[in-house]
Design a protein around this ligand. Structure first.
Ligand code: ARG
Ligand code: ZN
Length: 879
């Protein structure tokens, strides 16, 4: 466990490195517990900085030997500890250092650095894992050319991989063999990777836009080759798309993906050698849902896109993490939109943004897209850096339009290729192609918190004017009590009584390009002319800005938008807003001991969706799902009673199920997907709607829905339908649910990724006995605290997705998480810290729960010697 006292790293203290590394020659002899690493590093002084001692980072290292320019360095000339190697008086000019360290991959349960997953040796170096392999200036602005020689027992590890191209390989004595890989592209240490193991491989190839053939390989456990086809197809489509959409071509002769089962995050973009959580590679109709297929496509694309946004142009320091992550998420969102339905993708992305980022941004863990300080960088791989970071790039796109945006991106690639860049340098490229000033826009990177925009409107029929008054406010967040007004691009339409968009003509002669109104001030009124009849306002179309919007639209106006808006996002949003108003009123009623009311107009609007053949099924499926419990809580803001929220939402689902029952059952029978399973978006949309219909019928208490679900469960030829039926049965089916859960386990026993679905489903059942079941499942043979996917599937699902049971009034949910985190932290601090973010909303709870959550957090804090990761989250949560 880490015992060093955490100190705060600040952006304002950034200094360029005193020493640069030109080349790295690694020679790694793999052994389960004693892997020998010889690193030969060519240092040169940085001409841009003053001379200074050589200080190299380490983390838990044992130094075996050290040579400078070929000669052993006398002990008096250096200081080595597990966490640092210092040479107080290095030579004045370039020199080489040969460092020999010994590492134990089998003992590495943190899964950072060199570790073993099943029997495969693999590495994870982002953010600071390379220093667990050898001493190094482990910071992204030190970029070097790497040559990696790996040697291993041929039986144990017939496959030996590293970044770049294979340049040599051969046999050695004693049954060992070696491979040498060379990566010509200078890169920071966090992009280093190597793999050794007994793996199967699926191979394909891709011809780039300039006609070069690239070998594509996906390495998986033996026997899993038949689950790689979708990942390979996604990779080829990503490579083509990046050429077409951004003019970016791949730059090595080979691109490899290795799937491992023990992985802290989703995947990692190491140059030429992406390492993936196998969850984002392996899929077949029988084992993966439509959502899994969509995630695989997105993550494969994301990591591939990093080759340009992240690898060719990397980050100067970790404060700039959003430079690569926000931009790459924006790119993968665009890719998925082009591969699938753009409106459906946008609605799902916004749903996720609200459910995760808006919640983070409104609590104690809120931080700017570019933070100014951190104690543990691994805790900043957050939804704010990734998803809000992507929204900020999307706003640049919206403000500039597609052509100027592309010109700015081209300039960025041209100007900064091969560099470690900053957010300012990125945004400056857009300023340079447009001549605009960027100072105010930069607030999106420096100010945390979700802006709240309040809208009021006034139509003057006699004058033919329509006034749109906007007010913005950004709430206080940790260390940022006051805020300045932001630049907010609001794509807007005024819809006439015939349902068509009216021309937008500003009274002051200003022009509205592409429907984008830009709010710069704290308050502003836009006045439109030529508006004789009262229009209905559609604002923040496509969710053009990541804000909370408060409008004076009536429910009738919203119902009109739901039926007529040309913007599909706002059609969806209008229904969500009507539902949200009802839910909030009903939560208050329930807490006052009164019955929830129903809303006829909402039911009429929802019924109209079901009868409209012009709508995509996937869109209708999204529109039928009421706002989530987390969204409702965020909207209420304080004194949260999760049980009342759950009851209000359940009542609404029941009402939809009963009032629309006939239409839902017609839909269910009509929407069968003909032919065998294919994961394409159109058939996935039909399955989604059919399964939402089934679940709503069951929620409405329709007994035949249980019969249908049981039949669907047994007959399913794909995991989407089987899992949806299982969820409906487990939630509403009583003994049928028990039977199906047992059957599911025996069908898929041994298939860990599928059993994760079984863990998650049971952990998210909103019933009083769930906590006991979760506790029992932690003892189940298929569960392991050592595997992050298992921990997230069971513990993560319970703490993050089971709002009523995690927030039990007796505090037992908090106690369970506290004990679990204290046990997990010594093994895997990154995963423990991630799970601890489940406490991020504790201050908004009603008094009783608030006290219990606080006590649990304090118990963790005082629970012993915490990792820097967990201590940081707990301290910020309590601050
Ligand atoms: N860069 C990876 C991605 O594409 C994430 C890796 C983060 N790893 C970590 N240990 N924090 O999103
Ligand atoms: Zn990424």
């Amino acid at each position: 466990m880490r015992t060093d006292i955490a100190h705060t790293i600040r952006l304002k203290d950034y200094l360029p490195p005193a020493w640069l590394v030109e080349t790295v020659h690694l020679d790694v002899s793999l052994h389960p517990s004693e892997t020998r690493v010889r690193a030969k590093l060519a240092f040169k002084p940085n001409p841009e900085s003053a001379s200074a001692p050589l200080v190299l980072d380490g983390d838990g290292l044992s130094l075996m030997s050290l040579k400078l320019d070929g000669a052993p360095l006398p002990a008096a000339n250096f200081v080595a500890s597990p966490n640092q190697l210092t040479i107080p008086q290095p030579p004045n000019g370039p020199f080489t250092l040969e460092i020999e360290t010994l590492v134990d991959p089998s003992a590495n349960t943190q899964l950072s650095g060199l570790y073993r997953s099943s029997d495969t040796y693999c590495t994870q170096c982002e953010a600071e894992g390379f220093r667990r392999i050898t001493y190094f200036p482990d910071r992204p602005d030190v970029m070097a050319v790497y040559t990696t020689r790996i040697e291993a027992d041929r039986q144990e590890a017939p496959v030996l991989l590293a970044n770049g191209n294979l340049v040599d390989s051969g046999a050695l004595d004693n049954g060992r063999h070696y491979a040498v890989w060379h990566d010509p592209h200078p890169k920071p240490s966090y992009l280093f990777a190597m793999v050794g193991g007994d793996l199967a491989c699926v191979e394909d190839s891709f011809r780039t836009m300039s006609g070069r053939d690239v070998t594509l390989r996906i390495y998986v456990e033996h026997g899993k080759q038949d689950r790689c086809a979708y990942a390979m197809d996604s990779l080829k489509r990503s490579m083509r798309w990046d050429e077409e959409a951004f003019g970016r071509e791949y730059d090595l002769d080979i691109f490899m993906i290795v799937a491992v089962s023990d992985f802290n995050m989703g995947a990692m973009e190491n140059k030429g050698l992406n390492v993936f959580n196998d969850k984002y590679v392996l899929a077949s109709a029988e084992t993966a849902t439509d959502a899994d297929f969509a995630h695989i496509e997105a993550v494969i694309a994301h990591e591939y896109f990093h080759n340009w946004t992240g690898n060719r142009i990397t980050c100067r320091d970790w404060f700039q993490l959003c430079l690569k992550e926000g931009l790459t998420v924006f790119r993968d969102h665009e890719f998925s939109s082009d591969m699938r339905s753009r409106p459906v993708k946008r609605i799902s992305d916004v749903r996720n943004l609200r459910a995760a980022q808006f919640i983070e941004d409104s609590g104690p863990l809120a931080h700017p897209v570019r933070p100014e300080a951190y104690k543990e960088i691994n805790n900043f791989y957050t939804t704010t850096i990734y998803e809000k970071g992507a929204e900020v790039v999307r706003m640049v796109h919206t403000l500039l339009g597609p052509e100027k945006f592309r010109a700015g991106m081209d300039l960025y690639f041209q100007r900064h290729d091969g560099e470690a860049a900053t957010v300012e340098q990125f945004i400056q490229c857009f300023a340079d192609v447009t001549g605009r000033d960027i100072a105010q826009f930069m607030l999106w990177y420096s100010q945390a918190g979700t802006p709240r925009v309040t809208v009021s409107t006034h139509h003057d029929a006699a004058a033919g004017t329509y006034a749109l008054s906007l007010k913005q406010a950004v709430p206080p967040t940790p260390n940022q009590p006051t805020k300045s007004p932001m630049v907010i691009p609001l794509v807007t339409g005024l819809i006439g009584p015939d349902g068509r968009d009216l021309p937008l003509v500003l009274a002051d002669g200003g022009v509205v390009r592409r429907g984008v109104l830009v709010l710069h001030e704290a308050e502003w009124t836009f006045t439109f002319t030529g508006i004789t009849e009262r229009p209905v306002l559609s604002i923040n179309r496509g969710f053009s800005a990541p804000i909370e919007l408060v409008t004076d639209l009536s429910n009738d106006d919203l119902a009109f938008l739901a039926a007529h808006d040309s913007d599909p996002f706002n059609r969806w949003q209008a229904l969500q807003t009507i539902s949200m108003r009802l839910l909030i009123e009903n939560v208050a009623s329930i807490r006052a001991g009164k019955a929830p009311r129903s809303d006829d107009k909402l039911m009429v609007a929802l019924a109209a969706l079901l009868e409209n053949p012009a709508l995509e099924p996937a869109f209708v499926a999204l529109a039928l799902v009421p706002p989530g419990e987390g969204d409702i809580a965020r909207e209420i803001g304080s004194d949260i009673d999760p049980d009342a929220i759950f009851q209000a939402r359940t009542a609404l689902r029941r009402e939809i199920g009963t009032r629309l029952g006939a239409a839902l059952s017609t839909l269910y029978e009509r929407l069968t997907v003909p032919g065998g399973y294919t994961p394409d978006a159109t058939s996935a949309g039909r399955r989604a709607l059919r399964n939402v219909a089934l679940d709503l019928m069951a929620a409405g208490g329709d007994a035949s829905a249980i019969t249908w679900a049981a039949r669907q469960y047994d007959a399913a030829d794909n995991m989407t339908d089987r899992m949806a039926a299982l969820a409906t049965l487990a939630l509403h089916g009583g003994p049928e649910g028990e039977r199906a859960l047992a059957d599911f386990y025996s069908r898929f026993e041994g298939d860990a990724l599928v059993i994760d679905k079984w863990f998650s489903l049971q952990a998210t059942i909103p019933q009083a006995d769930t906590l006991d079941k979760v506790r029992a499942l932690t003892k189940h043979a298929a569960f392991s605290f050592g595997n992050p996917n298992r921990v997230r599937a069971l513990i993560g699902a319970f703490a993050m997705s089971n709002v009523t049971q995690f927030n039990r009034a007796d505090g037992a949910g908090y106690d369970f998480l506290a004990e679990t985190l204290l046990a997990l932290d010594p093994k895997n601090p990154q995963v423990a810290a991630r799970m601890a973010t489940a406490f991020r909303t504790w201050r908004t709870l009603e008094e009783g729960r608030r006290g219990k959550a606080e006590a649990a957090l304090k118990r963790i804090k005082e629970g012993g010697e915490l990792s820097r990761d967990l201590a940081d989250i707990v301290e910020r949560a309590l601050a």
